[in-house]
Design a protein around this ligand. Structure first.
Ligand code: TRP
Length: 337
């Protein structure tokens, strides 16, 4: 019986994304598409990390707009609010509250070693605020409140997840088993998408060259044009090989959107030129993203539905997370009211 219960309980997955602009093809293939695919196998919780976005200065109206758009984009990419918990971080007050408590169990030295803090404080020397420094404590709260088994994160967030685990283990050692210790989830598929202009760097929406990235809302014509301009090498053969970063990136994108293996792609394009291949990749990507753009446009016409969904999400998230928070408050010695 116990064995059956164990196998029947779906594992919990949680992840968040910042509302800092339209998702790129990289965010989609590398993260959000997988989030959608995991909805059957796991109990999933996904949220828009708007509180995290405050660690760098934001234009208030733009942040509001981007937060709503990011929420709509999650739904447009196939996250189904009937199957998964989807919400906006700042709507659920338990996150800020647990963040404060956890920050008292996180060491200055640990936070000082975070490479993202070092990078971001070097980049925004005029605004090295305390939030930027304690950001991992908020992220730990986001995660631990929902007791997830797995957290899908990219390479840039691995260190924060490690810190989350360290803090959770420390807390459990002091007070008993309060938190589930989450593991990083590395999806089986999901390529790391590189810049179309410099394939040695990750595709980023903050790139100053707009030809370097494709967003999930780009028009098909724009997508094809960006792929036609993609930087490749002076070779002519379409094959996956060390040193051919541009072609490797295009092959990996093409494989991710068509499901074709590298061998099949090499076979299909043998004797053909880079130009033909770039057009084929662009067209395949445009086709993959078309329904997302259409879903997004439709959702943005229906603000009432979006509001309804994020309110319901916040309500459920508050309910679930309050249980963990209440336990934590009791354990650390806060008097209950
Ligand atoms: N820090 C993550 C990022 O910038 C977003 C995030 C916030 C997150 N809280 C999280 C991701 C909890 C996973 C789990 O990409």
């Amino acid at each position: 019986m116990e064995e059956r219960e164990k196998t029947e309980r779906k594992k919990i997955i949680l992840s968040g994304i910042q509302p800092t602009g339209v998702f790129t093809l990289g965010n989609y293939i590398g993260a959000v598409r997988n989030w959608g695919r995991m909805q059957e196998e796991f109990q999933c919780a996904y949220f828009i990390a708007d509180l995290h976005a405050l660690t760098v200065r934001q234009e208030p109206a733009a942040l509001r707009k981007q937060t709503l758009e990011a929420f709509a984009l999650l739904l447009a990419c196939g996250i189904d609010p009937q199957k998964s918990l989807v919400f906006i971080q700042s709507h659920v007050h338990t996150h800020s509250e647990l963040s404060w408590i956890l920050s008292c169990y996180t060491q200055f030295g640990e936070l000082s070693r975070m490479t993202q803090f070092k990078d971001k404080s070097a980049k925004h020397t005029d605004n090295v605020n305390a939030g930027l420094f304690t950001y991992p404590a908020l992220m730990a709260a986001d995660i631990l409140l929902y007791q997830p088994d797995f957290v899908p994160v990219g390479a840039d967030q691995k260190q924060h997840l490690e810190l989350t685990r360290d803090v959770a283990i420390r807390f459990n050692n002091l007070y008993g088993n309060v938190f589930t210790i989450p593991e990083a989830y590395i999806p089986k598929t999901g390529a790391r998408v590189m810049s179309l202009q410099d394939p040695t760097r990750k595709m980023s929406k903050s790139d100053t060259n707009i030809n370097a990235f494709v967003t999930v809302l780009d028009e098909p014509g724009v997508i094809v044009k960006k792929f036609k301009r993609a930087v490749t090498d002076s070779d002519t053969e379409i094959c996956y090989r060390e040193g051919k970063d541009g072609i490797n990136n295009l092959m990996s994108i093409y494989s991710a959107v068509t499901g074709l293996s590298y061998e099949q792609i090499e076979h299909d394009f043998s004797g053909k030129g880079y130009g033909d291949f770039k057009t084929a990749v662009g067209e395949a990507v445009a086709e993959t993203l078309r329904p997302i753009r259409e879903n997004f446009a439709r959702l943005m016409q229906d603000k009432t539905y979006l509001e309804d969904m994020y309110r319901k999400g916040a309500e459920t998230a508050s309910l679930i997370s309050s249980r963990t928070l209440a336990k934590v408050k009791k354990k650390v010695g806060l008097l209950s009211k």
